[in-house]
Design a protein around this ligand. Structure first.
Ligand code: B12
Ligand SMILES: *[C@@H]1O[C@H](CO)[C@@H](O)[C@H](O)[C@H]1NC(C)=O
Ligand SMILES: *[C@@H]1O[C@H](CO)[C@@H](O)[C@H](O)[C@H]1NC(C)=O
Ligand SMILES: *[C@@H]1O[C@H](CO)[C@@H](O)[C@H](O)[C@H]1NC(C)=O
Ligand SMILES: *[C@@H]1O[C@H](CO)[C@@H](O)[C@H](O)[C@H]1NC(C)=O
Ligand SMILES: *[C@@H]1O[C@H](CO)[C@@H](O)[C@H](O)[C@H]1NC(C)=O
Length: 417
């Protein structure tokens, strides 16, 4: 009998269109609240009048409840004044969401984004449609502003995503889930049933891919994709293929915070909403009545024990084997730096000692990216970049954050994504 009733039940379930599933809920235990307050203050303190305005930080502040109202106002005003023409699709989308979360009208930025997405993906055989992260943000922002106008754009996005997103990336899958969930929930009355089916099918597949990245310790992808993945799994109407224990994820992330793994302000901006039980889908519902948040007084952190200024040696290799982009080379050097130095110091020391190791950086929301080494420069068009590895494992932090250990072998390898 069961062979018959089970599929039937599923069918009824799907037909009812109310296929909800039981989610496990989670929260930060009271004893760990100071950890969360600590990283929020670290993030808010990174907002200065000279720093480039980062919309992700404003979104996180507003979702979490800002402590520093001056920083909040400074960021809002700077983003209000930013010129759409200087921003990528993803940055524009984040700016629109950030302004909305500060209860400010994003003005013509929405129609600029709308127009850019109408001609996405750029035509041409080598045009990279493969980075869906920025376009996911765009669909999410347009969905929140005007779901009816966003509908055809989101449908095209969903169709391209279904066929073109290999290999799977957890951060991108999480952002696409947030975007498609927003659309799925806001399909205008009287629209073709096909839209709901399309969003539902693509969501099912992306959520399956995200849930396959859930590890035994609760981390989803790596520790820096976990915040976005938590947001995705907590809003999706589609049940993940693998059981997700939210509290397990939360506890592991809190341990990582305790270890000091979340000091980069952008990494905090991406984890904080999940720690507060919020997601980017809450952006339009932020209340902007004058806050009653009181800046907590934190117990003074034990200042890091001054490391004995002993030197460590890093084996550093720069490798370009990609043909047709200039000289091929594979050079290795032993570099001595003070123990506790970040990788950037190793690169600077290498450059000082040997001109072949010269490099350039560009500033981004996550900090400095190494854009060029020995005159070989990354290219969005060619989809090339300098990947950093420890041994054979790609680093999960940038050169300004990663601290190599004594005798570690670091390679910068010019490669494609
Ligand atoms: C796409 C992407 C890339 C692309 C960017 C190409 C492009 N032009 O689009 C490529 C493949 C080049 C890339 C490279 C790296 N990336 Co990356 N990347 C992403 C991803 C998935 C989306 C970024 C994005 O489009 N944001 C949206 C736009 C609107 O924001 P934006 O600020 O303008 O985006 C720029 C920055 O994010 C920057 N960027 C991308 N990655 C990194 C990494 C670092 C360390 C820095 C400083 C900047 C940076 O490139 C974007 C485009 O210009 C994020 C995921 C995430 N959660 O943010 C990871 C992410 C930011 N990357 C990460 C890492 C670790 C790297 C590498 C260090 C990997 C490596 N082992 O080499 C390298 C950078 C090495 C270097 N040369 O300095 C981590 C950073 C974690 C951390 N704590 O620092 C993330 C969070 C992924 C993860 N979950 O681990 N990345
Ligand atoms: C923010 O978005 C919501 C939902 O679309 C909208 O109702 C609200 O008016 C927006 N706020 C501002 C200030 O634009
Ligand atoms: C899911 O992952 C598979 C395997 O990496 C990939 O081929 C597929 O395109 C992904 N689908 C989506 C919608 O992310
Ligand atoms: C580059 O040099 C390293 C270290 O000398 C070596 O292990 C590696 O095999 C070389 N790679 C190539 C592609 O020549
Ligand atoms: C330690 O490293 C620095 C570079 O950071 C170098 O100037 C110094 O000579 C090194 N000291 C020793 C004892 O190797
Ligand atoms: C370095 O990049 C080349 C070119 O993309 C690639 O073939 C090679 O596998 C990469 N090496 C490592 C260790 O990732």
């Amino acid at each position: 009998m069961t062979w018959f009733t089970l599929p039937l039940l599923n069918l009824l379930w799907a037909a009812a269109g109310t296929s909800t599933w039981t989610r496990s809920s989670c929260s930060v235990p009271p004893a760990q609240q100071p950890l969360v307050q600590g990283i929020q203050m670290l993030m808010e303190n990174s907002v200065t009048s000279s720093a480039h305005p980062n919309p992700s930080i404003l979104i996180a502040m507003n979702l979490a409840g800002a402590y520093d109202m001056e920083a909040q106002k400074l960021l809002t005003d700077k983003l209000m004044a930013s010129d759409s023409a200087d921003l990528t699709i993803g940055q524009l989308a984040l700016t629109i969401m950030a302004l909305n979360s500060s209860c400010r009208d994003p003005g013509n930025k929405v129609s600029v984004l709308q127009r850019q997405m109408e001609s996405w993906p750029p035509s041409g055989p080598s045009a990279p449609a493969s980075n869906f992260y920025g376009p996911s943000l765009a669909v999410l922002a347009l969905c929140q502003e005007n779901p009816t106008r966003a509908l055809p754009i989101a449908a095209r996005f969903a169709k391209i995503l279904r066929f073109g997103s290999s290999p799977f990336n957890t951060d991108t899958g999480a952002m696409a889930t947030l975007a498609l969930t927003c659309m799925y929930n806001k399909i205008p009355e009287g629209s073709d049933e096909g839209f709901k089916i399309l969003f539902s099918e693509v969501l099912q597949e992306v959520v399956k891919n995200v849930s396959m990245r859930i590890k035994d310790n609760g981390i989803i992808g790596d520790i820096y994709s976990t915040g976005l993945a938590m947001q995705a799994l907590s809003v999706t109407p589609k049940q993940p293929n693998k059981e997700w224990k939210c509290q397990k994820t939360m506890d592991t992330i809190l341990q990582e915070i305790e270890q000091g793994k979340f000091h980069n302000p952008m990494s905090i901006a991406q984890i904080l909403p999940s720690l507060k039980g919020k997601t980017y889908l809450d952006v339009p519902h932020v209340s902007c009545s004058p806050g009653v948040q009181v800046q907590p007084t934190l117990p003074t952190q034990p200042s890091p024990v001054p490391t004995t200024a002993s030197n460590i040696t890093i084996v550093y290799t720069i490798n370009n084997q990609l043909r047709g982009v200039g000289l091929l080379f594979n050079e290795t050097m032993d570099i001595s730096v003070k123990s506790g130095s970040v990788l950037l110091v190793v690169l600077e020391e290498a450059q000082r000692r040997n001109p072949t190791f010269k490099f350039e950086t560009t500033m981004t929301s996550w900090g400095l990216v190494v854009s060029s080494i020995n005159d070989i420069t990354e290219s969005v068009h060619e989809r090339t970049y300098w990947q950093f590895l420890s041994g054979k494992t790609p680093l999960n932090e940038g050169v300004a954050d990663y601290k190599p250990a004594d005798h570690e072998h670091i390679t910068a390898n010019f490669t494609k994504y």
